[in-house]
Design a protein around this ligand. Structure first.
Ligand code: ZN
Length: 69
């Protein structure tokens, strides 16, 4: 599958941990939402793709990780 950004066929799968922060000073005390997705990285242009799971999506949508789960 070619890269959506540059069209190269030089993508590789990885696994990773990503801490998603809520931006802005008012959110400075909100906990980070950790996701552990499979990553697809284009080794030509550096574009990376991953999907957030449903449980973590709910945390992000609510914007309040402490109250979900
Ligand atoms: Zn690319």
């Amino acid at each position: 599958m070619p890269c959506k950004s540059c069209g190269a066929i030089n993508q590789r799968k990885f696994t990773g941990e990503i801490g998603i922060h809520f931006p802005g000073l008012k959110n400075i005390d909100k906990p980070v939402v950790w996701v552990f997705p499979g990553l697809i990285v284009c080794l030509d242009c550096g574009t990376a793709e991953f999907a957030v799971t449903e449980a973590e999506l709910r945390l992000l949508a609510k914007g309040d990780p402490a109250s979900a789960g």
